[in-house]
Design a protein around this ligand. Sequence first.
Ligand SMILES: Cc1cc2nc3c(=O)[nH]c(=O)nc-3n(C[C@H](O)[C@H](O)[C@H](O)COP(=O)(O)O)c2cc1C
Length: 322
Amino acid sequence: MRNLLCKQLDIQYPIIQGGMGNISPVSLCIAVSQAGGLGQIGVGTSSLEVVEDKLSKVKEAVSERPFGVNIPISVHPDVSGVIELVKQYNAPVVSLSAGNPKPWIPSLKEQGVKVLVVVSTVSQARKAAQAGADIIVAEGFEAAGKNSPKELTTMTLIPQVVSAVEVPVIAAGGIGDGKGLLAALSLGASGVQLGTRLVATQEAQVHQAYQQAMVKANDEDTLVLGRSYGFVTRVLNVPYTSALYQQERTGLSKEEWLEYLNEDRHHRGAILGHLDQGHVNAGQIVGEIHDVPTVAELFERMMREAKQQHHQLHAFLNKEEE
Ligand SMILES: Cc1cc2nc3c(=O)[nH]c(=O)nc-3n(C[C@H](O)[C@H](O)[C@H](O)COP(=O)(O)O)c2cc1C
């Protein structure tokens, strides 16, 4: 099953890994690309040395397989420097998020790089398409990590974005299994971007405490932090984030709050597993995660589930009225 998106990105399955900031491990990017999806290195706030090290390792490991680099524009201090590295290492795909992509698209495209732009409203999608984005990633409020204050959900956002732009749309936010994949395709998306589900895989290299907390979590176990400051972030409810949630209500300044949610805190929670000292991201689909498979197992399972579900729905929808 290779649709237009798969052909455009030269991937086997219409599944891509979302950027994961500084905790994006090289091993996950490699595993996703080798399993037939599009793996991505997230640059977060990482130094150019770290980004270059990741790029050279991924390039060597994936050989001819495609991979991407996620650049959160308003987060990284040196976007031009990252783009130079993208060109130097011939990364075939870049995804631009968290900022205005327009100034960065032309030079990437001149170099033959496919540009994905992550959006969370129809107007952002239109602007990104007009600016030359090859593919739009439309992310709903269910998603882990930084979200739009507009809080549109994947279910409502995808069909509206699909109607608004001519380029392929990838659905992000709340997708973790084959049923979610099929639902996204039914809404008109050409593929899906996963974040939360991929954190709970063997190649993710986050701390086991984080993965175990995800496996135990239910549908009510995410928290939305930062509404008071216009920086909406969805995290897993763990001791650190729960305390921060309360503190936000008793009046932290925006600067203090940003300090409490910086990348050092993320590292402490996600990599060191100190869930009382740092935050960890998770989207609402976390309640549907019950194991920690390899990426290849996950993709095979998702494709199988999507096909089974489609088969059942096809039988149901085509059943003669009794
Ligand atoms: C640990 C983590 C870190 C993330 N960091 C970034 C990031 O740096 N840039 C970005 O565009 N999205 C980031 N995201 C969002 C994902 O790329 C993806 O779009 C989102 O997780 C999809 O929704 P889901 O979590 O419901 O699968 C992050 C998600 C997670 C789980």
